[in-house]
Structures are given as C-alpha cells and as structure tokens.
Design a binder for this molecule. Structure first.
Ligand code: KIV
Ligand code: ZN
Length: 529
C-alpha cells in the first residue's frame, strides 16, 4: 500500500483561526501530542511573524522528536533566515517557503509580474536549499492560478531544490472533481514531478476541504496538509482526523495508508479543543460528541445486536474509551493512580496528590466518576502555568427578580483581595465584573462556551472563555459541578495566562496604601501596551 504523508499545520494555519492564541507551553504540549499521533510533519509556526512565533518554533524544534519540524517563510532571504534560525535545532528541519501564483494575487497583492514571481520563487528555494535538504515550496492560491504558469513554476522550483511541492486551494474555491483533475494535470504536465513529493493544502470555505484532499489523493497527491479539528483561517483547513479515518475506513477504495496512530486521535482533538478554546461542534465527523451516539430506538437496537449495523468505525479505534464508571468516593489512591496511568496520565507525586484531592471532592458531589471526569480533572488541576491569581471563593446571589451580585476573593501576592459587583447581564456578568475589580484588569469577553462533560444532573460543567486585552487574546478553561465556579475559574485561568505571557505590573501602590485601602486594589496593569 502507498503511504500518504500527514503534514499537520494546527500550530501554524490552525493558530491563525480568529480568536486563537497559544502560549509557548501550549504549543509544545500540542506538538508533543502530534508526535505521539505520529504525523510526518509538524508545521510549528511562522517565525518571522512575531517573537512569540519564533520562540514557539524553536522550542518545538529543540524538544520534539520524531516528525519533521517545518517553519513557514515567505519567498525572501530575511524570512528564510529567521525560519532556519528557529528550526535548525531539529533532527529533521524543513523550510517551507511560499509565494502567491494566481493573477489576482499578483496584480492586487504582490504587484509583480509572472516572471518576477517565478524568479523570486526559484531564488528562495535555491537559497533555502543551501541551509537544509528538506525544502517545501507552496504556490499560494494555486488552484486559481493559470495551470500552465503554475506548472512552469513547479518545474523550476523542483530544479532549484524543492523536495516537496504544495498545491493549496487557499480560498477553498475548488470542488472535488476539479481539484482531482487539477492535480492529475500537474502530474501529467510537469516533467520532473517525480523528483518531489506532491502535496495539497485545502481550505474549507465551501465545506469541501476534506473531499478535495481525498480527490487529490486519488489523483496522485502524496502529502496532505491538515489541522486537528479542522481549525484554521476563516472556515478552517481540511480536518486531519477526517482524512485519516476516511483513508483507514475505506482502505480498499483508496489503497493508501498513513502512519498515524489512530488511537491518539480523540486525545489530540480534546487537547487542541481545550488549549485553543475552539469548541468542536457536536455533530462533527469522527471527534464530535455525537459522532458515536445513537439516539433512535431502531439504531440503538441494531447496535446492541451488532455494532456494525450502524457504526462504520469502532470508537476505540480513535481512542474513545467507553464511558466506564471507574471510581467512586470509596476508591483509594492506588486505584486512582492506576486508572490515570491507563488513561495515559503519568503524574508526579505532587500533581497526583493535587488531582486526588480534587477527585475526592468531586466524588462527594457526584456518585459516578467516569474516565471523562478523570481526564477533565487532570487537565484542569495540573496547571501548566504559574497562578498569579488564585480563586479563594466566589459567592453569587441571583434570582428572577433581583439584580445579580457577586463577591469574589482572589489571592494575589499572598494577599486576599475581595470585591463585589452587580451585573445587569446576569450572575456570570456580575462575577466577571467583581474579578475585574479585584484584579484591576478589564479585558473584553470575546467568547464564552459552556458544555457538560458527562450526562446527568450532577455532570461537571466545562467553561471556555476567550478574553481580549490590548489586541492580545487569551483563552481560559474551568471545570466544576457548579457552572458559576467553572465560569470564574475559566476567567481566572485566562487572566493567569495574560500575567504569564505579558506580565502585570503594579501601579498606584503608594496611593492605595495612603488611602489605607488594603483590600480594594486596582493596582495591577498588564504590560502589553
Ligand atoms: O492557504 C495557503 O495557501 C497557505 C500557504 C502558506 C501554504 O496556508
Ligand atoms: Zn492555508
């Protein structure tokens, strides 16, 4: 069987999704998980774009082993040098350089002629090839480019040293029939095409990203560029899990396989969802909450008699373990530790103790604790960033005929700060206002999403928030059986990321002390202006 190379661009194109911003540790964690998933290439970022991007790519190149680590660069020496600086530490560094080739981009964006673009592409590839053997070239907006001109560029960049040539449908305009033919034509018309790996990169503006990628594979593409959960610019990119599972489930039709360890798909999807703050629609193929749920009686009856009546994939194949009721309030440390290890969480003693305390307090409120609850506890409790702000308590008073009010206690610099606020928008609004007053930072709430982790009245609620502050975006997540507490925790989690990434500084400290006002501090400000 032929192999399809999986090029994951969650950390580059995926991170370009509106409202997504990952810090260095989050990028590293996702990259480590992508290595476990056994993708062939991780595109770690666009180093010239920002210092944060550069550092993220460098950290991944230094620490993540297995897949090739790619960095994006426009077709210019400055970009390529910066990309190389970031990835040169990897055992398998790849420079991915690109320039647009469609007339519409040439005329309005680049204001260059076709000859000038061709020359620039060749120069960029030739220069990148002096730094590494692994050079990929992308013709941005390839699908809307003149086919003969595109073929001329593809041939020239292969001669200049590109070992991978990528054909993006940048604006998601293609249909599967057209895109399949387009790839077949390139294979036919470019004489040296066999000297390079032919790749595709399909956006999802018409919901056809995966279909177009599969049509390209049927017509000779050997690498697909995709993202976990399909996140990315605008409507996103082709989704990794859908492509991989289509190739796996319809093996005899495609006759291609990937090296991806499918049992890591669900875990990877959850991690990306949690860290990016981008929720996954319940009916999303493969990883959506309902992807393996059978609601109608006829279907349930069929599945109970024989799973394959209504299931084309076994949920265990993507690492979705049955919702086992594993532990309860009488379970001890040992059983807890063993189950966490079975779920892939190998915690050190300190973190294990923290998670165990949290588990016991949950077991007092919730009769049956499932694997999903345990995953959530670990993800929530084992904080990966220092906590500049720690929630001590929250008290909310709300009802149908009263103005909601919230009082919060937050520990900042080992000092308890207490504040209260009313919220015309409801109890969550009141508690966020109280937190803003206590901490002294006033971000905009861009997104708020609440989900139940498991079913039942005692289910744990999971809240994801996205905050914007001076053009910087931070996501936060909190879980609790009490959705108000989960909301407040999510908000504080996002503020902790803000403090960690750009720092907060004290202001007006003298003034506050002069006023003898210890408890009401409005003396912190972020340093990102
Ligand atoms: O969509 C696109 O064209 C891209 C390229 C930079 C590969 O993301
Ligand atoms: Zn793209």
């Amino acid at each position: 069987m032929n192999k399809i190379h999986i090029f994951d661009t969650t950390l580059r194109d995926g991170e370009q999704s509106p409202g997504v911003s990952l810090n260095l540790q989050e990028k590293l964690e996702i990259a480590q998980q992508l290595a476990k998933l056994k993708v062939d290439v991780i595109e770690a970022g666009f180093p010239i774009a920002s210092q944060g991007d550069f550092e993220g790519v460098r950290a991944i190149a230094q620490n993540v082993k297995g897949p090739a680590i790619a960095a994006l660069a426009r077709a210019s020496k400055g970009d390529i040098d910066r990309a190389w600086e970031a990835i040169k530490y990897s055992d398998r560094p790849r420079i991915h350089t690109f320039i647009a080739t469609s007339d519409i981009h040439l005329k309005y964006k680049l204001q260059m002629t076709r000859d000038e673009v061709l020359k620039k592409a060749v120069e960029a590839v030739a220069y990148a090839a002096t730094l590494t053997d692994d050079v990929e070239f992308s013709a941005e907006d390839a699908f809307r480019s003149d086919l003969d001109y595109l073929c001329q560029i593809v041939e020239a960049v292969i001669d200049a040293g590109a070992v991978v040539v990528n054909i993006p449908d940048t604006v998601g305009y293609a249909t599967p029939w057209e895109f399949g033919n387009f790839i077949a034509e390139i294979k036919k018309k470019v004489p040296n095409i066999d000297k390079a790996l032919l790749s595709v990169h399909c956006h999802n503006d018409l919901g056809l990203g995966v279909a177009n990628s599969l049509a390209a594979i049927k017509n000779g593409a050997q690498q697909v560029e995709c993202t976990v959960n399909g996140i990315g610019e605008r409507a996103g990119n082709a989704s990794l899990e859908e492509i991989v599972m289509a190739l796996y489930t319809r093996k005899t039709f495609f006759n291609y396989e990937t090296d991806v360890d499918t049992r890591e798909i669900y875990r990877t999807s959850r991690l990306v969802r949690n860290l990016s703050g981008m929720s996954v629609q319940p009916n999303k193929a493969v990883v959506g909450k309902n992807a393996f749920a059978h609601e109608s009686g006829i279907h349930q009856d069929g599945v109970l008699k024989e799973r394959t009546t209504y299931e084309i994939m076994n949920p265990e194949l993507i690492g979705l373990v049955q919702e086992n009721i594993v532990l309860g309030k009488h379970s001890g440390r040992h059983a807890f530790k063993v189950r966490l290890q079975e779920l892939g969480h190998n915690l050190d003693e300190g973190d294990l103790e923290k998670a165990f305390v949290r588990f016991k307090s949950l077991a007092d409120k919730k009769r049956e604790i499932t694997d999903k609850d345990l995953d959530a506890i670990v993800e929530d409790e084992i904080k990966k960033i220092p906590e500049a702000f720690k929630l001590e308590y929250v008290h909310i008073s709300s009802g149908t005929r009263i103005m909601p009010t919230a009082t919060v206690g937050v520990i900042v610099d080992e000092q308890l700060i207490e504040e209260a606020a009313c919220g015309s928008g409801g109890p969550i609004d009141a508690s966020f206002r109280a937190l803003d007053k206590a901490i002294g930072i006033h971000p905009t709430l861009e997104n708020f999403a609440l989900n139940a982790i498991t079913g039942g009245r005692d289910a744990m609620g999971e809240v994801n928030v996205t905050l914007k502050h001076h053009e910087n975006v931070f996501t936060g997540r909190g879980i609790s059986t009490d959705i108000m507490e989960a909301s407040v925790k999510a908000y504080i989690n996002a503020l902790n990321k803000l403090a960690y990434e750009i720092g907060v500084e004290k202001q007006n400290e003298g003034e506050e002390q002069e006023n003898g006002n210890d408890n009401h501090r409005k003396d912190l400000s972020c340093t990102c202006r």
